[in-house]
Design a binder for this molecule. Structure first.
Ligand SMILES: Nc1nc2c(ncn2[C@@H]2O[C@H](COP(=O)(O)OP(=O)(O)OP(=O)(O)O)[C@@H](O)[C@H]2O)c(=O)[nH]1
Length: 296
């Protein structure tokens, strides 16, 4: 008999939710950068192992909202808890718990089964420190168990599916058995462009960036897809930085994104990027709607 397990991944910004999603799916479904708040919408990674289908929801990191975009992101993370069979809450291997983390732990106390994951154990050399960390998390009395792993090098990741399996419910699979994400190709492309922009640009601009795919056309006579994307930013000065001297920066972003798109789509890609200004879109409900962010 077939069954499905819906799993939410939650945790503070930068704790490794997207990295773990990609690791478990075995494909790059969520973009990863060193900058917190990279993930904006809920992204589903799908893994089917024989009769069991695992649906992993990578959520935006929880933090205190500073603008309307932040509020929508936090809402997306909390709403995920209500929809799932089990939640994986990720923790850093060391350091104090944040206020937002403690709030999330309290929310889980009411929301249903949860498993804690201490990520980035590759950074720890001290076994005793890891044991102390696990003990502290156990003391919350909320988690069925506390796992320790590294999404980066894969340590401790092999057992996760066996651990998640019992939380599932019998029934048909919700997605094709060979699907690995629910994100349409267009959105994956937009995310890849955003990832490269986050990677190459200075800190002050990236969070004011949004990317949309304006056209996506396969050539009938050739193994080639023409894609045109728009990169939105909030100020004229930012537009200049994204384009760069003589268009160098935009070229760098586009060519790195094109390489990833070709790998994703398995075909040659002609990628055109345009930069546009939409002032203060992160605080404008209509713009957020237009850019596809979930409503609170
Ligand atoms: N050393 C180490 N670094 C990791 C590990 N997992 C993730 N990272 C790094 O931590 C950073 C953040 O990873 P993400 O997967 O984007 O984190 P996230 O929780 O999805 O972040 P948001 O989308 O901002 O909420 C990246 O630089 C990752 O390479 C790990 O197991 N070990």
């Amino acid at each position: 008999m077939t069954s499905s397990v819906f799993v939410a991944l939650v945790g503070r910004p930068n704790v490794g939710k997207s990295s773990l999603t990609n690791r478990l799916v075995g494909e790059k479904v969520a973009i990863v950068t060193q900058k917190p708040q990279t993930t904006r919408n809920r992204i589903m990674g799908i893994v089917t192992k024989g009769p069991v289908q695992y649906v992993l929801m990578d959520t935006p990191g929880i933090h205190k909202p500073r603008n309307k975009l932040d509020a929508r992101m936090t809402q997306t993370a909390s709403a995920s808890l209500a929809d799932v069979d089990v939640t994986l809450m990720l923790f850093e291997p060391a350091g104090d718990f944040t206020e937002s983390e403690l709030t999330m732990v309290e929310a889980l106390r009411k929301a249903g089964p949860a498993i804690a994951v201490v990520n980035k154990v590759d950074l720890l050399s001290d076994f005793a420190a890891l044991e102390a960390r696990k003990k502290k998390i156990e003391e919350f009395g909320v988690f069925d168990r506390v796992l320790a792993l590294s999404a980066r090098d894969g340590t401790g990741c092999d057992d996760i599916f066996a651990i998640l399996k019992p939380y599932g419910s019998p029934g048909p699979h919700y997605f094709d058995d060979d699907a690995y994400t629910d994100l349409p190709e267009k959105e994956l492309v937009a995310e890849l462009v955003r990832e490269k922009a986050l990677l190459f640009l200075r800190d002050e601009i990236p969070h004011g960036i949004a990317v949309t795919v304006e056209s996506f056309k396969e050539r009938p006579d050739k193994d080639l897809i023409d894609i045109s994307v728009e990169i939105y930013c909030e100020r004229k000065s930012h537009k200049g930085m994204i384009i760069g001297k003589g268009g160098q920066m935009l070229k760098k972003i586009a060519s790195a994104a094109r390489a990833d798109c070709e790998e994703l789509l398995g075909t040659k890609v002609n990628l055109q990027c345009w930069v546009k200004i939409r002032e203060d879109w992160r605080d404008n409900e209509r713009q957020l709607d237009n850019l596809g962010f979930a409503k609170p």
